[in-house]
Design a protein around this ligand. Structure first.
Ligand code: FEO
Length: 394
């Protein structure tokens, strides 16, 4: 069975690849549901354009789908984003179609030359809002720096009102259907993707959402995951994640080596729940960091739970604090709870690790050994403080 292109509208074909078995991206990000690298072939009455290519690991599938269309010539290869999961098959594409001009932003051009050794004379930089005519179809390029890299752009197909936004609105989800069929599942995958790479750039994401308001969009065809035939669903989700105030949620990543910190976590979680605060707790000894990132999208408060190891925070807790700091979520409050045997500087070390979090630091609760009644009382007070602070969120 050969790989076939799949038509999504007259003259517009999906020529992507589904990576069912990929379980890690950037050797860091868990992909529990695999992913896809979508690319699209657009045939106008006069010219033909390819939007994005493929990850190198699926290059042969991508090329086979292209071949199924018997295309003699491609005039433009639109490169919305230089990252190799979309541009990795670009060298093969420019070799296969020697007449094709690569179109990208001015920032993207040297990146393609450096990372993929695409010859300079094959690449043409396009300006923001520049258009290219394919005859009866017109592409408009919308510069959108920092979807998560500085060179990114979106491509809008005017006549068909389709947005090709590459990573933006995408989801790491392998599926045989080209289109969203289960919004709940796509919501989770898209949120995971947003949390892991776009959340640090949410002010830019907000700007891009504003920019798109004047465009009539009937379909969003991202370069990961299913195509959105109801674009409002994913645009509303992004607005909630990037723009809405944080919610009445505490994220509590923790480690416990000998049980003291776990007793404290159990108490605090129960007390917060009784006060109407939602808590997402993560035992970092075996946590999916993607889920932790997703929880941080909505949370108002981060409570880090750590024992003292090697006189500082447990290394797995330090990793979670480093990650939260890098992801720059909308958090408003943070604190540390935990335990020690004889001393240490866990609180001071964690506080130094989260300078990007513009949070109010709440009182910490660090105890010696097993928690005593007065330690539980301190946790009770902390829970009451958090519940009170959260009342002012809206
Ligand atoms: Fe899907 Fe930023 O690459």
């Amino acid at each position: 069975m050969t790989m076939q292109a799949r038509q999504i509208k007259p003259g517009i074909y999906w020529v992507g690849a589904i990576d069912w078995d990929r379980r890690l991206f950037d050797e860091l990000i868990p992909l529990p549901d695999g992913t896809s690298y979508n690319s699209y072939l657009i045939q106008g009455s006069q010219k033909t354009a390819l939007v994005d290519t493929s990850d190198p690991r699926t290059e042969s599938i991508f090329l086979e789908r292209l071949d199924s269309l018997n295309i003699k010539n491609i005039d433009y290869i639109v490169t919305n984003h230089a990252e190799q999961d979309h541009s990795g098959a670009l060298p093969a594409a420019v070799t296969k179609y020697p007449q094709a001009k690569v179109l990208c932003t001015a920032k993207c051009k040297p990146m393609l030359m450096d990372m993929l050794r695409i010859p300079e004379d094959r690449i043409t930089a396009v300006a923001d809002r520049e258009t290219v005519s394919l005859g009866d179809k017109t592409l408009e390029f919308l510069h959108a720096a920092w979807v998560h890299w500085p060179e990114t752009m979106l491509t809008y197909l005017k006549e068909d009102r389709i947005l090709f936004p590459c990573d933006f609105f995408g989801s790491h989800l392998a599926a045989s259907s080209l289109y969203v069929t289960d919004e709940g599942r796509v919501y989770e995958s898209a949120k995971r993707y947003y949390a892991e790479i776009m959340m640090p750039f949410r002010t830019n994401i907000e700007r891009h959402l504003e920019m798109l308001k004047v465009y009539a969009i009937d379909m969003i065809a991202p370069s990961h995951g299913p195509i959105h035939q109801k674009p409002q669903f994913i645009m509303d989700a992004y607005r909630d994640w990037a723009v809405a105030p944080p919610k009445n949620v505490v994220v509590l990543p923790y480690i416990s080596m000998h049980g003291s910190t776990r007793l404290m976590v159990n108490y605090l979680v129960e007390s917060l729940a009784q006060k109407g605060v939602t808590v997402e707790q993560f035992d970092l000894s075996d946590a999916d960091i993607g889920k932790l990132a997703m929880a941080l999208v909505d949370a108002a408060t981060l409570v880090v739970g750590t024992p003292t190891a090697l006189v500082g925070p447990h290394p797995k807790v330090a990793y979670a604090a480093f990650l939260a700091n890098a992801l720059r979520p909308k958090l408003r409050f943070a604190t540390v709870i935990g335990s020690y045997g004889w001393g240490g500087r866990a609180v001071e070390d964690i506080a130094k690790m989260i300078p990007n979090l513009k949070v109010e630091l709440l009182p910490t609760v660090m105890i010696k050994g097993l928690p005593r009644p007065e330690d539980f009382q301190a946790l009770e007070t902390l829970a009451a403080t958090i519940a009170e602070k959260h009342k002012g969120l809206a």
